[in-house]
Design a protein around this ligand. Structure first.
Ligand code: GLN
Length: 242
């Protein structure tokens, strides 16, 4: 009997409106690394008005302008119950910047509009007086040093019951004040880091893939991937000025 191939369905949220500073690279990285791990990945792009797919193993979302966030807000509320259900069933998700903010309670923009979020993270975001821009590195217990690039007006404050993704070692992170960056709830990761994030942080990409495969097949043995280029990219990114 021939062995069934391992498969993985990636759902990308709002690529038409929420996808900046290379965020699409996160999806490309998952597809590529899945292939190296012997898994066939399928990509579903979900945009405003689409019907939400019956099944998704990993969900990825990116950043956007305030205008992009305003465009997706209503649709996001519509799919919120499904996203909550998936998050509570330990579906791995990665939400960058604009969608990270909307996975919290709300984002209050500089113009004073309040864009409601879906409260998967107990956190809220208020636009600050200046944009927080530049290369950033953080230290995380689970993933080691996380390296990326941030560009946001929003300052995010986590409730005390929430766990940050990392501690800022260089840059601003959630709000430029408390040294926290991102948030992690079950297998849902929120972060301000673009860059793209995953090519330079393969530990996070592999963790998302591994969790998805464990959920789907019970267990999973990853391949050891030779990450010479990713390590080189990390080294160079660390030396770049803020
Ligand atoms: N518009 C949001 C802000 O300025 C998100 C920015 C982003 O996704 N890069 O904070």
């Amino acid at each position: 009997m021939t062995k069934q191939p391992l498969t993985l369905t990636i759902l990308q949220l709002y690529p038409d409106d929420m996808n900046i500073y290379g965020d699409w690279g996160n999806v490309l990285t998952i597809i590529k690394r899945a292939k190296w791990h012997g898994i066939q990945a399928e990509l579903i792009n979900y945009n405003v008005g689409d019907s939400f797919p019956a099944h998704a193993d990993i969900i990825i979302g990116g950043g956007g302008q305030d205008s992009g966030q305003l465009k997706v807000q209503q649709d996001l509320q519509k799919i919120a119950p499904r996203l909550h259900e998936l998050a509570d069933n330990d579906t791995p998700m990665l939400m960058v910047c604009g969608l990270y903010q909307l996975f919290g309670r709300f984002f209050k923009t500089r113009k004073g509009e309040t864009i409601p979020g879906i409260s998967i993270f107990n956190a809220e975001t208020h636009a600050g007086p200046e944009r927080l821009i530049g290369n950033i590195s953080t230290a995380s217990e689970q993933f080691g040093n996380i390296i990326g690039y941030e560009n946001h007006s929003g300052q995010t404050y986590l409730d005390s019951d929430m766990q940050p993704l990392g501690k800022v070692t260089r840059g601003a992170g959630n709000n430029g004040q408390d040294d926290t960056e991102g948030c992690i709830y079950r297998n849902v990761i929120g972060t301000y880091l673009h860059g793209s994030l995953l090519p330079k942080n393969p530990a996070i990409a592999d963790a998302l893939i591994e969790e998805a495969m464990k959920n789907k097949y019970g267990d999973f043995t990853p391949t050891v991937i030779e990450d010479r280029f990713a390590h080189k990219a990390r080294e160079i990114a660390l030396k770049r000025p803020r």
